[in-house]
Design a protein around this ligand. Structure first.
Ligand code: PEP
Length: 260
């Protein structure tokens, strides 16, 4: 596990005009030339995907969508399908982000359909799971995580699982400034890997990329990524400024190199 390059994804959420997004992407591309040891993925809003893709051409930085609908095409006003997002240049798709679960009623069944739709289109899903504060306080964290893995990955075999990135994002830490301690995060990451090993076997589980997300910043990224089962980050707020996003990436690379 120690030799995986850190995987750092920036989720820009509902922020930035096309021009702002292109400028931010250009600044990140420029800095990434010196950071070949990390895999970097940017998830702009839909409107900026095409423009940002042009900025990312000729760089190793990859593009992600923040959501998709599971049907390929049809009368689904306001929705965007996996083939359309692939056409816009996306290699990854964030699926099941807690903000989608919380505000748009996304369920494990919907997450499962979206994962399958992304895989059918040859795009890599970044699947978000995580407990709310109330669930954590009731001692239900591991049960919630297990259920989200069971439901989200229902019917997905080991061959397809190789294309999936998992992101543990405790809901209480997203955009709140509260970060899970490295120990809290590692406890859940290790549980996730164990569940994946039960489902897919030890080899695929060891190879799986499991990201942490929730108020990641330059100051906490080294300690978090130093944990055995944390392979990278899904970064929200701190990805909206090139300098903090790059600093997080640098710290992650440093931690990854020191991991035994
Ligand atoms: C996120 O949007 O996935 C996220 C983790 O946000 P933040 O880093 O702002 O907590």
């Amino acid at each position: 596990m120690a030799n995986k390059p850190p995987f750092i994804a920036g989720n820009w959420k509902m922020h930035l005009t096309i021009a702002e997004a292109k400028n931010l992407a250009a600044a990140i591309v420029k800095a990434c030339v010196d950071l070949p040891e990390a895999e970097i993925v940017l998830a702009p809003p839909f409107t900026a995907l095409h423009g940002v893709k042009k900025v990312l051409e000729d760089s190793s930085v990859q593009l992600a969508a923040q959501n998709l609908f599971w049907e390929e095409k049809g009368a689904f006003t306001g929705e965007i399908s996996a083939p359309m997002l692939k056409d816009a240049g996306c290699q990854y798709m964030i699926i099941g982000h807690s903000e989608r679960r919380q505000y748009f009623g996304e369920t494990d069944d919907g997450v499962n359909r979206k994962i399958k739709a992304a895989l059918r289109s040859g795009v890599f899903p970044i699947v978000c799971i995580g407990e709310t504060l109330a669930e954590r306080e009731r001692g239900e964290t591991m049960d919630v995580i297990s259920q989200q893995i069971r439901g989200g990955l229902e019917g997905i075999g080991a061959g397809d699982f190789k294309s999936i990135v998992v992101a543990y994002e405790p809901v209480w830490a997203i955009g709140t400034g509260k970060t899970a301690t490295p120990g809290q995060a590692e406890e859940v990451h290790s549980h996730i890997r164990e569940k994946l090993a039960q489902k897919y076997g030890i080899g695929p589980a060891e190879c799986a990329i499991i990201l942490y997300g929730g108020s990641v910043k330059p100051a906490n990224s080294f300690a978090l990524l130093s944990e055995k089962n944390i392979d990278g980050f899904l970064v929200g707020g701190a990805s909206l400024e090139a300098e903090s996003f790059i600093q997080i990436t640098r710290e992650a690379i440093r931690a990854s190199k020191e991991k035994k």
